[in-house]
Design a protein around this ligand. Structure first.
Ligand code: 4NP
Length: 154
């Protein structure tokens, strides 16, 4: 399984999602690959936002090995699953899809815990206090995905 986490800047939400999912993959000893990207290019090459680094660190997750990059069309081929953080990210990524198969790989991260409700992970960039809440949402969503994949119903 190859998973790509996508947000706007690839410095706040998707680096947290990547770090959280990687930790769960390690704990479950799964042979999965996890990466992240942003629909925007502005922060390419940068470390995650300091507030994301601190929040992840408080949960024992080091995300300082990550560097931001922009989503590319080739990612549709490289990854099996593309988790977007919000509905704008979904529009932006869908716009780049060339086939129905590509389009079908895109899913809202929060669909894992609130299916069909089109819920977005709030952008914490302008809200210093939002990071812990974002972490908690992503943790639940990643947990649900891993559980579903490792213990398929029926
Ligand atoms: P992210 O947050 O999409 O979760 O990485 C943002 C980071 C940067 C900006 C917006 C959102 N920005 O406008 O630069």
């Amino acid at each position: 399984m190859k998973i790509l986490m996508v947000c706007l800047g690839n410095i706040c939400r998707s680096p947290l999602a990547e770090g959280i999912m990687k930790q769960k993959v390690r704990e479950a000893e799964l042979d999965w690959m996890v990466d992240s990207a942003g629909t925007g290019h502005w922060h390419a090459g940068q470390l995650p936002d300091r507030r994301s680094i601190v929040t992840a660190g408080q949960h024992g997750i080091d995300i300082t090995d990550q560097r931001a990059r922009q989503f590319q069309v080739a990612d549709f081929e490289r990854f099996d699953k593309i988790f977007v953080m919000d509905t704008q990210n979904r529009r932006d990524v869908w716009r780049l899809a060339r086939t129905e198969e590509h389009r079908a790989k895109v899913e809202l991260m929060l669909d894992q815990i609130h299916p069909g409700q089109d819920r977005s992970v709030p952008d914490p960039y302008y809200d210093d206090d939002g990071f812990e809440e974002v972490f908690a949402m992503l943790d639940r969503a990643c947990e649900a995905f891993v559980a579903r994949e490792t213990f398929p119903p029926g």
